[in-house]
Design a protein around this ligand. Structure first.
Ligand code: CA
Length: 233
């Protein structure tokens, strides 16, 4: 453990999960801190200013959604939410309230670490990196300045909405983006129920930019939640 190791605060009432996370995180050079309740978690967030928060949705005293909302009133610290299967609606709400990602229990260490890496990278991105003029993944290259997209070095025509969808997913690369967030970014307010639009445009993007559109490697569906541009790292 060195002074620069990032602190991760785990807000979770279940002891076995805290133990698992403590082991996983300390083995990977994170400093592990814990809270058992929402109220205690909120205090700790303010006191220790962790680099990242892992937050259980079902806490004894508070809902994870309310914890997220309170943190987001004053802080952008990345939040990864832990949820149980079947809590899709809860996940959507908490992501829309500003959580960065989610993990469904039970989850593995490699999945956990990948999510943490992505969230920390997004949090530390400087303005410089955000204004990079090119983005690459798989066989795809996007030139933002010229608004050109290439697949296997061949220019691909995208409609304006396909392009917006693509660049939005790139902006959040590696992170889940909810249907609501995507619809708002692309069509503006008032379209939050039109998830079938997204399905149509996503199918088009996959057809144009995936090697095997039926088995997408990059444009990943998060069932009942949204989509994720998977990045190799
Ligand atoms: Ca719980």
């Amino acid at each position: 453990m060195s002074i620069k190791d990032p602190i991760i605060l785990v807000i979770e009432d279940e002891a076995p999960i805290r133990r698992f996370l403590k082991l996983a995180l300390t083995n990977h050079n994170f400093v592990f801190k814990e809270a058992f309740t929402g109220k205690e978690g909120l205090l700790q967030v303010a006191n220790i200013q962790p680099a990242l928060i892992i937050l259980d949705l079902g806490l004894p005293d508070m809902d994870g959604l309310d914890v997220t909302k309170q943190i987001r009133e004053w802080s952008d610290i990345p939040i990864i939410v832990l949820s149980a299967r079947g809590q899709e609606q809860d996940k959507v709400e908490v992501l829309d309230a500003g959580a960065d990602d989610y993990l469904t229990k039970p989850f593995g260490i490699s999945e956990l670490l990948a999510r943490i890496r992505v969230a920390l990278r997004h949090a530390s991105k400087t303005t410089d990196e955000k204004t990079e003029s090119e983005y690459n993944f798989g066989n795809v290259r996007v030139d933002f300045a010229k608004r050109q997209v290439f697949f296997k070095d061949k220019e691909i025509h995208l409609t304006p909405n396909e392009y917006k969808l693509l660049t939005t997913l790139i902006r959040y690369s590696g992170k889940v983006v909810t249907h609501n967030q995507l619809l708002k970014e692309i069509w503006g307010q008032g379209y939050s129920d039109e998830t079938h639009y997204l399905r149509v445009y996503m199918a088009q993007l996959r057809r144009k930019l995936e090697d095997d559109p039926a088995h997408p490697h990059y444009f990943i569906t998060e069932p009942a939640i949204g989509y994720r541009l998977k990045v190799d790292n």
